[in-house]
Design a protein around this ligand. Sequence first.
Ligand code: HEM
Length: 475
Amino acid sequence: MLAPPLFVPPRPEPPATAPHGREFLRLVRTNALRMWPVQAYEQDAYQQGLFGLKWTLLNDPEAIHHVLVENAAGYRRTAATIRVLRPIVGNGLLLSEGETWKHQRRTIAPALAPRVLPVLARHIAAAAREAVKALAAQPDQPLPIVLAMQQLALDIAGRSMFSLATRAFGAEMRGLITWFGMNLAGPRLLDMALPIWMPSPRDFRRRRFQARWMAFIDRIIAARLAEPPAAQPRDLFDLLRAARDPETGAAFAPAQLRDQVATMIVAGHETTATTLFWSLYLLAADTAEQARLAAEVRGVDLGPDAAWDAIARLPRTRAVVNEALRLYPPAFTIVRQAIARDRAGATDIPRGGIVMISPWVLHRHRRLWRDPDAFDPARFLPEAPQPARFAYLPFGAGPRVCVGAQFALTEAAIVLATLVQAFDIVLDDLEPVLPVGVVTLQPNRLTTFRLRPRAGQPGRGAGRELAADAHPSAA
Ligand code: HEM
């Protein structure tokens, strides 16, 4: 018997020819996914000259390995990346370079290491359970699910990294991040053309935003410092405060600590919220896959004490998360600038050349994937062949690989399993939802879903059971 056809989610059509000049700039600002023409999805490398610089998109896994791993020190972040991200993450781990970066990475990585994950999983499971309770209190209502996922991911980041309930400041934080994304995040020509030491016209507005945003982060830190001190570090914040430079013995100065807090909150919740949204979208559209997932999670204890152990028994859930990250990688482009002339695979990179590794293009590359645009979680099941090395990079690779990757995967699996266990997830309208690339991969509209309590779920996280003790203030 023939296998049923795979679900192919809608995607923005790539242009037939490469956009140039003003059109290129408009797309970088409004939807960077449309920058790449059809042939970019078929070739090993795609080069074009723009604004006096050579831009190279690399799809050849060996060449990518060279840039991100082998010769990582030969590349740096671009002026445009720094301009766009600095107002919101300061000089924290994401943007620091050289010795400062090494010290920060050594300090922060242990707080997100595999041995810490069981503790983080508890926070995640508790937050997911509360979210289900709140959602079950208003069943079958049209729900802008992306907003619900942003709120939940922020709540998880606040609890697990800073032991703080985000209720008091969540709305203001989302407001500031959204405003920045809509008004100042899209780079303009001068943001790309001017060296970083020379302010671009928009940098002045960005600085004003940064002052406002960092004052807000200071208020969060003040709230955290008002908590009674603990004998042992209880979260990432305590570890950051206790950290000392192995050579000088110096602690993070208050401004450095604030930049790390901003980095972890921003890098750690927007991306995970997006992953959850796209996973739910795919499952709502592909009801057969949702039924398979519901069968996998039926009766599984996903409470705070059990969630960590449960993940090992949820291969299909993990595969759905991995496949959502393939089709909709939140960090859709990794950009570097060559410090000196280089050769990546068969491609010459001039000094100062811009190198782009786009998980969006790479994950849909015609030669690297079978049915590249189709939703097929089975390709990530344990018994399936591994994807080609350096063809699947949702978290980047090399020394600057995402420090929160395991945390993000744990969070996505627990939240997804908890939601599917409790609810039948239904699309409220059948209009296609398309990804838009601005900072992260967002949906093009605030689509609504309906969450219907799943019938016959005896599991401890089930919606019906939780609805019974739900209270409207639980949100
Ligand atoms: C699905 C969720 C996530 C995705 C897709 C993602 C993706 C990425 C990618 C692609 C990079 C590498 C960027 C580059 O090489 O230029 C990165 C770096 C980073 N990520 Fe994530 N991330 C996620 C979740 C998180 C979480 C949960 C945290 C924090 C708890 C986090 C913190 C960071 C930091 C601090 C860096 C910079 C690391 C460095 O430069 O040393 N991310 N992330």
